[in-house]
Design a protein around this ligand. Structure first.
Ligand SMILES: O=c1nc[nH]c2c1ncn2[C@H]1C[C@H](O)[C@@H](COP(=O)(O)OP(=O)(O)OP(=O)(O)O)O1
Ligand SMILES: [Mg+2]
Length: 197
């Protein structure tokens, strides 16, 4: 079985990846699973690609091995694409999922269903020692609800209804989310790319 490091400290993301990589027979290790403590990496970019590269390249340089990073977020059309790359810190530096999703709901107060369109975006960056970093993107279209529903998943899952679903991503079983998610789509692109090499 192969092993890959994913440059993340987000446990929710890692749960997604564990499910996604299990079918590929690859074991994934996060920055939280390493024996030494890894300092937080400042995400100073203004695009998902920039931030994913910053995370993947920092850890790749540190250990001299291939590293995948995921930078992702929610784009709400009625909020001009917010919270976007600032999704994790939308309601402040403490990265509180509940506060973040409440902020989206309150900003959308009075906005009718037809204008609550949104998408999850996931950009994966793969950094290899001595090679150019590559990027794969996946998007999942949907709508923002009026109140949180469901206990699965993480982040904005309780307020996100994937297109043609009457349940939020947090009401779906993990395997169900993993069939349609932005993370799944980005990973499919990456797997296809690896097969072409
Ligand atoms: O499937 C998802 N379901 C719900 N919410 C999601 C999803 N995917 C990303 N999101 C939200 C969570 C967080 O608010 C932001 C990611 O921010 P992002 O900087 O990429 O991750 P992070 O700081 O939590 O962890 P890390 O940088 O260590 O990977 O988008
Ligand atoms: Mg982050």
């Amino acid at each position: 079985m192969k092993e890959i490091i994913i440059a993340t400290k987000n446990r929710g993301k890692m749960k997604d990846f564990e499910g996604l990589f299990a079918t590929l027979n690859i074991k994934v290790t996060s920055l939280l699973d390493l024996p030494e403590e890894i300092e937080d990496i400042e995400e100073t970019g203004t695009t998902f690609e920039e931030n994913a590269a910053i995370k993947a390249e920092a850890i790749c340089e540190k250990f001299g091995i291939p590293v995948i990073a995921d930078d992702s977020g929610l784009e709400v059309d009625a909020l001009n694409g917010e919270p976007g790359v600032y999704s994790a810190r939308y309601a402040g530096e403490q990265k509180d999922d509940q506060a973040n999703l409440q902020k989206v709901l309150s900003r959308l107060e009075g906005v009718p269903d037809s204008k609550r369109t949104a998408r999850f975006v996931c950009v994966l960056a793969v950094a290899n020692p001595g090679e150019l970093t590559i990027f794969k993107r996946g998007e999942c279209e949907g709508k923002i609800g009026h109140k949180p529903a469901g206990d699965n998943g993480f982040g904005y899952d309780p307020i996100f209804y994937p297109i043609e679903s009457d349940r939020t991503m947090a009401e779906m079983a993990p395997a169900e989310k993993n069939k349609i998610s932005h993370r799944r789509k980005a990973l499919d692109q990456l797997v296809n790319w690896v097969r072409e090499q």
